[in-house]
Design a binder for this molecule. Structure first.
Ligand SMILES: [Zn+2]
Length: 167
């Protein structure tokens, strides 16, 4: 039998993956209003969970968080959304970075922006999980591994298109 700590690691990384899936499927529906992230339920289109990410603590309405008091997939999705968006200068609405800084079609330098986004997200995510102390360590390692994979993917894309090299 695997040790308990290994099982917990696996479950945590599964939550990170499910949170990422939730973000990928529902990014357009995530909202930030009055300091609260509104994250749709993955399986019930009529439900929305209120998520708080802040210095005073993290909170989600869902049963998973209520039972475990650890980051659930809604928090992970909200965290990714926060990392990938910026507030509009005009008001409280948030937009994806690509919408804030539109790039011309075919301008492959946007891979540079993607790499920066990966780095920014990894830094924010690591800082977030480090707040969890020992419980967050597997997530910190997961974030680093995930960022490496994404950087490799961007490098691969650059090689495919033969552009974007700084050398
Ligand atoms: Zn939740």
């Amino acid at each position: 039998m695997a040790s308990i700590s290994v099982q917990r690691d696996e479950r945590q990384s599964t939550r990170e993956l499910r949170g990422r899936d939730l973000y990928l499927e529902h990014a357009d529906e995530i909202r930030f209003e009055d300091g609260v992230w509104l994250v749709p339920s993955q399986h019930d289109a009529t439900s929305v969970y209120e998520v708080t990410l802040g210095r005073r603590g993290e909170f989600c309405e869902c049963a998973d968080f209520e039972h475990r008091s650890q980051a659930c997939k809604h928090m992970v999705a909200a965290m990714i959304f926060r990392a990938k968006t910026g507030p509009c200068a005009e008001g409280g609405r948030r937009f994806r970075h690509r919408d804030l800084y539109p790039v011309p079609e075919g301008d492959l330098t946007y891979f540079d922006g993607d790499e920066q986004m990966v780095n920014t997200f990894a830094e924010q995510a690591k800082a977030y999980w480090e707040l969890w102390g020992p419980l967050g360590e597997p997530m910190v390692r997961g974030v680093e591994a995930g960022a490496d994979v994404q950087r490799s993917y961007i490098l691969w894309l650059r090689q495919i298109y033969g552009k974007g090299s700084q050398h």
